[in-house]
Design a protein around this ligand. Structure first.
Ligand code: SF4
Length: 243
């Protein structure tokens, strides 16, 4: 028999590490009222990341998972969904159990992911009702955005899983003019459309809250209406989100 201390610490290690939460969002899961849970940890280091406090495995101001569940219990019948965002939610093995728990509470499950962990994504796909997939760049150019080798291969495998799963989803790309050229955006959009993505959004880089002074200082956007019209025709649904 393990000692009681050991039991407690093992159970605690299975708890989802949460770096923050939004009690009510109308924009993080299309058409649903959702709470957003920001999971701690991410293997990538995008220069435009607006959540640098979530990147480490442990955060300085984590919210205990039991407290998140207590909040969600008070919102049963008032909220439709819980969205797991980050950071990269799939960086934590506790994610699947957390998804099962909120499903049992009657909530739909949303997932925001960059696709860094295709095997873990495959394990949770049956638990997810909607996915927002961050396609960072053409898959052969990921390190320019993520600062990590191998990310494009993983992201492409994850993208394929999402498309083939039949789970409702949106692919979206944040565009900083210094990091993604018009040619790169067209190439990515072509690839996604040919792979079967039907719903795509471009998001203008937002300087507010960006920790990189270099990126924040050069934001002239080339996302004109005529540029976007050429992309929109490739998808059933297309959105341009201004900064
Ligand atoms: S994948 Fe998302 S959370 Fe991770 S560094 Fe990039 S923008 Fe930040």
């Amino acid at each position: 028999m393990p000692r009681p201390e050991r039991v407690r610490s093992t159970a605690a290690s299975r708890q989802l590490r949460v770096g923050g939460a939004t009690p009510l969002s109308t924009t993080d899961y299309p058409g649903e009222l959702a709470a957003v849970v920001f999971c701690q940890g991410c293997p990538w280091r995008c220069g435009y990341c607006h959540n640098p406090h979530l990147l480490s495995v442990r955060g300085a101001s984590e919210i205990a998972w039991v407290d998140v569940l207590a909040f969600l219990r008070r919102r049963q019948g008032l909220l439709d969904a819980v969205v797991f965002s980050g950071g990269e939610p799939l960086a934590q093995r506790a994610l699947a159990d957390a998804m099962r728990t909120v499903t049992q509470m009657g909530f739909k499950v949303g997932l925001h992911t960059g696709g860094a962990y295709p095997e873990r994504l495959a394990e949770v796909l049956s638990l997810v009702d909607w996915i927002g997939f961050d396609a960072k760049a053409p898959f052969d150019a990921y390190p320019l955005i993520t600062g990590a080798l191998g990310g494009g291969v993983a992201a492409q495998a994850s993208a394929r899983l999402v498309i083939e799963s039949g789970v409702a989803h949106e692919f979206r790309t944040t565009v900083h003019p210094r990091q993604l050229s018009p040619h790169a955006v067209r190439r990515l959009a072509d690839d996604l459309a040919q792979s079967g993505v039907r719903c795509y959004a471009l998001q203008e880089f937002r300087a507010q809250g960006c920790p990189s002074a270099a990126l924040a200082s050069s934001t002239a956007s080339y996302l004109t209406e005529s540029f976007c019209a050429g992309l929109a025709s490739k998808f059933e649904s297309f959105a341009l989100r201004r900064a």
